[in-house]
Design a protein around this ligand. Structure first.
Ligand SMILES: [Zn+2]
Length: 162
């Protein structure tokens, strides 16, 4: 069992878990993932960076039960649910605060700085912008937020106050 349930909880996922990784990043979690992260590669990277391992490999899980979650289901929705529940994560606390592609935390960006970067209608209608320091993509979370919240609601999670 994984006992730490706090904001510092970070993950290393094996290469079977691409969609789960995407969703964990959507809810703001730091997850490393890549082709090199399977078997011993996963264990070494997770150990070095003190990350909780997410794996579908029973062999890896058996040898590392204290810092590993064995992902039971094939479907990312069930997988996300399992991780959120096992770690006591709040899926709304960090929603859309991390770049899904790079795993970098997004940085706030002043509205006047994005005028030349985003489409004019976006500039006119949005107030809040952020940028990924990894890929330099500019985000305006408001547009995605509702879709993500709806998806999380479908999974049975509801935001505080809803
Ligand atoms: Zn990025």
């Amino acid at each position: 069992m994984v006992e730490r349930a706090d904001d510092e909880l970070r993950f290393a996922a094996d290469r079977m878990l691409g969609r789960l990784v995407k969703w964990l990043r959507i809810i703001g979690r730091d997850v490393i993932y890549g082709r090199h992260l399977s078997g011993q590669g996963l264990v070494s990277a997770a150990t070095r960076e003190r990350r909780v391992m997410l794996t579908r490999d029973r062999g890896v899980w058996r040898l590392n039960r204290d810092r590993c979650i064995f992902i039971r289901d094939d479907h990312f929705r069930e997988q996300l649910k399992q991780v959120v529940e096992a770690c006591g994560l709040d899926p709304f606390a960090g929603l859309l605060t991390r770049c899904v592609a790079c795993n970098e935390p997004l940085q706030p960006m002043a509205r006047e700085q994005v005028e030349d970067t985003v489409p004019p209608y976006v500039f006119e209608t949005q107030e809040v912008f952020s940028v990924c320091p990894g890929c330099c993509q500019v985000f305006w979370p408001a547009t995605h937020q509702q879709l993500m919240v709806e998806e999380l609601n479908r999974l049975g999670f509801s935001a505080p106050g809803n």
